[in-house]
Design a protein around this ligand. Structure first.
Ligand code: ADP
Ligand code: MG
Length: 260
């Protein structure tokens, strides 16, 4: 007959196994009922697995940093409706496959809000992938060269929420624009995409080198979408000015590590 430890190993109860001596000891000390004892063991394993899945989801989301809605100062951005953002954080956009587009100049918090919604999405147990448009295009180019474009596209189409940050900094070639279109088409009504851009939709044709393709892409993207336009001041400038006048809450050095 195998030992309890061996049986747990066979069952791959890896979160209970190392804790088993302590669990046994606690059961003896507190004279646990059979039911309570079994429940303790099973809960330990289930909780451990949930935590591991959460960690995995967080890792594979590739968030460039952690930002939360709780730390976003809505009073600084008066054109932004706080209520609307908190409604988005209730995540119905994830299940209805509704896209969210944050539009506005640099520093107004587009990336912050995109990451914060991604964090909420992850906490609710959904999968997320974060990328910038530049990285996305580079990865798709590399995949094409290696003959693995289909697999790579799948990587971007499968997450419940895909974040594409910084649309507007990269000018796309016709082929790159086509691949972006393919991705948007594949995600259409299947997954939610959060995009951030400093460029108005009218200029996406130039960006994609093709007005017709840009129109087709925007058609799908905006069919089910929430467009959040932020017309406020740059938070980075606030930090910099505050640093200069000695009222800094944050050192501007941390800011320079970030992308615009
Ligand atoms: P954008 O993507 O619009 O260029 P970011 O989201 O990168 O701007 O914001 C720049 C920096 O300022 C980030 O460190 C971000 O966390 C911070 N930030 C921007 N807006 C706010 C805000 N309203 N409250 C708190 N921090 C903010
Ligand atoms: Mg940004």
């Amino acid at each position: 007959m195998n030992s309890v430890q061996e049986l747990l190993k066979d069952l791959r109860f890896k979160y209970v196994e190392p804790n088993m001596p302590e669990v046994m000891e606690q059961a003896r000390v507190h004279s646990l009922t059979y039911e309570a004892f079994l429940k303790r063991i099973l809960s330990l394993e289930v909780e451990g697995r949930k935590r591991a899945a959460q960690d995995n989801r967080l890792k594979s989301a590739r968030l460039p940093m952690r930002k939360t809605l709780e730390e976003f100062d809505f009073s600084f951005q008066s054109t932004l409706s706080e209520r609307r953002i908190w409604e988005l954080a209730e995540l119905s956009f994830v299940t209805t496959h509704t896209n969210i587009v944050f539009l506005g100049p640099p520093g107004v918090g587009k990336t912050h809000l995109a990451i914060a919604l991604a964090v909420k999405t992850l906490e609710a147990g959904y999968s997320v992938l974060f990328t910038t448009l530049t990285d996305l295009i580079e990865e798709l180019d590399a995949a094409l060269a290696q003959g693995s474009l289909k697999a790579k596209l799948r990587r971007y189409t499968t997450p419940c929420v895909l974040v594409i940050d910084e649309i507007g900094y990269t000018q796309l070639s016709a082929q790159q624009a086509n691949r972006l279109f393919e991705l948007v088409r594949d995600r259409y009504e299947r997954g939610a995409t959060i995009l951030t851009s400093n460029t108005s939709f009218a200029e996406w044709g130039k960006l994609m080198n093709d007005e017709v393709l840009a129109t087709a892409l925007l058609d799908r993207l905006l069919h089910h979408a929430e467009v959040v336009t932020i017309n406020g001041k740059s938070y980075r400038m606030k930090d910099r000015q505050a640093a200069r006048t000695g009222k800094a809450g944050k050192a501007p050095a941390t800011d320079s590590q970030e992308t615009v």
